[in-house]
Ligand binder design. Structure first.
Ligand code: HEC
Length: 134
């Protein structure tokens, strides 16, 4: 857990200095994800290119190191870190805000949540559409 957070911090410093280039390297552009729409009724996210994911959220979930504790696709294999797959979008955003403000206390998350600033919703959307059962 401790090494994870150091890695996450190093990645954060890197991301901070070149977030835009990083996002465009991944083939993402502001235009491509602003077109996307979240479909609450069937819980899918359509990016406009028939890919049912939120590509920005998916990229940031990995890049910020969330994946190292919460697992691939939000399926945690670390007993200390809860799985996030299939959780409600608004609930995830709310938890991140609570960790950011310190209203919810956890050593790891109080350090991690501020790094997700600006990407809370896209990460939450990506996680919410992952199958919670496998
Ligand atoms: C170093 C390990 C670690 C990293 C990295 C990490 N988390 Fe967490 N996360 C935790 C732990 C541990 C908890 C449980 C906190 C608690 O018990 O209150 C948690 C809780 C959460 C929760 C609330 C889940 C629940 O069931 O209450 C959310 C949402 C969350 N993390 C999102 C993220 C996101 C998004 C990132 C990346 C920006 C991230 N986490 C990175 C360890 C981590």
């Amino acid at each position: 857990m401790f090494l994870n957070i150091i890695w996450a911090f190093i990645i954060y410093l890197f991301m901070n200095s070149c977030a835009d280039q990083f996002i465009s390297t991944l083939g993402l552009s502001k235009a491509s994800y602003s077109k996307s729409s979240y479909n609450k009724s069937n819980n899918s996210y359509n990016t406009g290119s028939n890919i049912n994911t939120n590509r920005e959220g998916e990229a940031m979930y990995s890049a910020l190191g969330c994946v190292s504790c919460h697992g691939q696709n939000g399926h945690s294999t670390d007993e200390n870190a809860p799985s996030l797959a299939g959780k409600d979008v608004d609930w995830i955003v709310q938890q991140l805000e609570y960790f950011q403000s310190g209203e919810r206390q956890n050593t790891y998350m109080n350090a991690m949540a501020p790094m997700a600033e600006g990407f809370e919703r896209s990460i939450a959307e990506y996680l919410s559409i992952q199958n919670s059962k496998y």
